[in-house]
Design a binder for this molecule. Structure first.
Ligand SMILES: NC(=O)C1=CN([C@@H]2O[C@H](COP(=O)(O)OP(=O)(O)OC[C@H]3O[C@@H](n4cnc5c(N)ncnc54)[C@H](O)[C@@H]3O)[C@@H](O)[C@H]2O)C=CC1
Ligand SMILES: O=C(O)[C@H]1O[C@H](OP(=O)(O)OP(=O)(O)OC[C@H]2O[C@@H](n3ccc(=O)[nH]c3=O)[C@H](O)[C@@H]2O)[C@H](O)[C@@H](O)[C@@H]1O
Length: 448
């Protein structure tokens, strides 16, 4: 098929590259000249494992190309995907300006009957707005073409985006139009050989399913983080609880990790946007509000623990920080917990020696403060530091030399924001260990 993708970001680029990889001809259109320039020179503008290889081989095979405008690709397009950003506005609602601008551009560029697929995460009713926007342009042009708008939310995760796209748990297609259903079923057939992954529903349900999925994930994390706080107080290790609860197949082991709060470009904004949608319909959202409040507090937990260990003396202290990206295997720092920790430490007068395998440069641009020193590797970050905080669970942080750390860190403490380490082993090596919800019998407080 001939495919046009509007928006060459995480979702658009992965979608375009993967669809080209199974034989489609794909044009990715983006307004950002720097991004286009990089792509045209064969460079992927962000870090995503395996993506560059898929892009390079499909560009070489002339199945994948990049363009600044929809012309002339729309002349041959069977399907056009809208994969532009939907960031949060000030009041938390999804900013649809990019989606609606792309819709108007599509209305001006459609040159044949085309299925328009909204892949961006959008509130219920947006696809209908997209349809109206495109139809108005088509009417103004007086052309006979039909654009059928369908919803097809994306569920990939950054850091494993290519694999997630190629092996989806489910493919949600929202449309009542039988022709669009058939076309999208054919497009996704390579990922649905057993015919069990495609869920066809109405447009509004598809739009809602995306938010429901993300807020469920966020809720699980906040619940685990709340349990972790209590676990610490009553002498319970949340890691043991995670194993025990996850063994129930109704609960499952995935997404049960207590930590420093969820970040990224999606969970935080989507929880906010759904709460906002509810408010617009006069519905309160006590659960979603708590999910967000717990997450905000969780992002501040590590700095409070560090402050306590240093007896309140953060001023003049030096904190080594491992991990800046909001999760491993990405350089994305949008709403990253590391940024909250950095902000709190800098405001308290501390110096930070930070290391991240790929996200350092982005943090340098976001936080141009000389007291944030970006280091060339994990060990260098610890030299001259008082304590170590681990915020992102990159593989290379999983098994450090704790005895060396005990000799190097002046205040001999590790703050494990991802519960990577065995507390007893760390302490046997001569360090004080602080995790998230790693209560032990001796740390339990007697009830008041
Ligand atoms: N990042 C992720 O892991 C996931 C994101 N989503 C959703 O997918 C959507 C896109 O997210 P990302 O890919 O992260 O966004 P992004 O911000 O990485 O990329 C969006 C791209 O669209 C381009 N753009 C905006 N308006 C345009 C226009 N009119 N014409 C051409 N290009 C235009 C921008 O220049 C940018 O390169 C959002 O709604 C997001 O919530 C869904 C699943 C996963
Ligand atoms: O809509 C989106 O954009 C995407 O949002 C999330 O994907 P992503 O944000 O890339 O990453 P996740 O793996 O979900 O992690 C989000 C945050 O939650 C944190 N997390 C995750 C899992 C866990 O058990 N505990 C935990 O604190 C991570 O560290 C990270 O900060 C969803 O997992 C994807 O399905 C969805 O498509």
């Amino acid at each position: 098929m001939n495919i046009v993708i509007i928006g060459a970001g995480y979702v658009g680029l992965v979608t375009g590259a993967c669809l080209a990889d199974v034989g489609n001809r794909v044009t990715c259109v983006d307004h950002d000249p720097a991004k286009l320039d990089a792509l045209q020179r064969g460079q992927v503008p962000f870090y995503e494992p395996d993506l560059d290889a898929v892009i390079v081989r499909n560009v070489a095979a002339e199945r994948l190309s990049f363009a600044a405008s929809l012309e002339p690709a729309m002349r041959h397009a069977d399907i056009a995907f809208i994969a532009v950003g939907t960031p949060a506005t000030e009041d938390g609602s999804a900013d649809l300006s990019h989606v609606l601008a792309a819709s108007a551009e599509l209305g001006r560029a459609v040159e044949r009957d085309t299925v328009i697929v909204v892949k961006s995460t959008v509130p219920v009713g947006t696809c209908e707005r997209v349809q109206r926007t495109i139809d108005a342009e088509l009417r103004m042009r007086g052309v006979p073409w039909r654009a059928t708008v369908a919803s097809n939310p994306e569920f990939l995760k950054e850091g494993s985006a290519v694999d997630d796209f190629q092996r989806p748990d489910r493919i949600i297609v929202g449309t009542d139009d039988p022709q669009a259903q058939r076309l999208l079923a054919a497009l996704y057939a390579p990922y649905n050989r057993n015919r069990d992954r495609l869920i066809v529903t109405d447009v509004r349900s598809a739009e809602f399913t995306k938010y429901a999925s993300n807020v469920m994930l966020a809720t699980r994390i906040s619940l685990m983080n709340e349990l972790a706080r209590l676990a610490e107080k009553v002498g319970v290790d949340i890691e043991a609880v995670r194993h025990g609860t996850g063994a129930d197949p109704r609960i499952g082991h995935h997404f049960l990790y207590a930590g420093v709060g969820y970040g990224g470009s999606c969970l935080p904004k989507d929880v906010r946007a759904l709460a906002r949608l509810a408010a617009e319909h006069d519905q309160s959202t006590p659960l979603l509000d708590s999910v967000q409040a717990i997450n905000d507090a969780q992002k501040r937990l590590l700095s409070a623990k560090i402050r306590e260990h240093l007896h309140g003396r953060l001023e003049g202290a030096t904190v080594a920080l491992w991990g800046l990206a909001f999760k491993p295997n990405t350089d994305d720092i949008r709403e990253a917990p590391s940024l909250v920790l950095i902000d709190e430490l800098l405001r308290a007068g501390a110096t930070i020696r930070a290391y991240d395998p790929v996200a350092a440069e982005r943090v340098r641009q976001a936080v141009p403060d000389a007291r944030l020193q970006l280091c060339r590797n994990a060990r260098a970050a610890c030299e001259g530091a008082d304590v170590l905080a681990v915020v992102t669970e990159w593989r290379e942080f999983k098994s450090p030399d704790f005895r060396w750390l005990a000799q190097t860190l002046a205040q001999r403490a590790v703050f494990d924001g991802r519960n990577l380490y065995d507390p007893q082993y760390v302490e046997d090596c001569g360090l004080r260990y602080y995790g998230i919800g790693r209560g032990r019998r001796e740390t339990a407080l007697a009830p008041a």
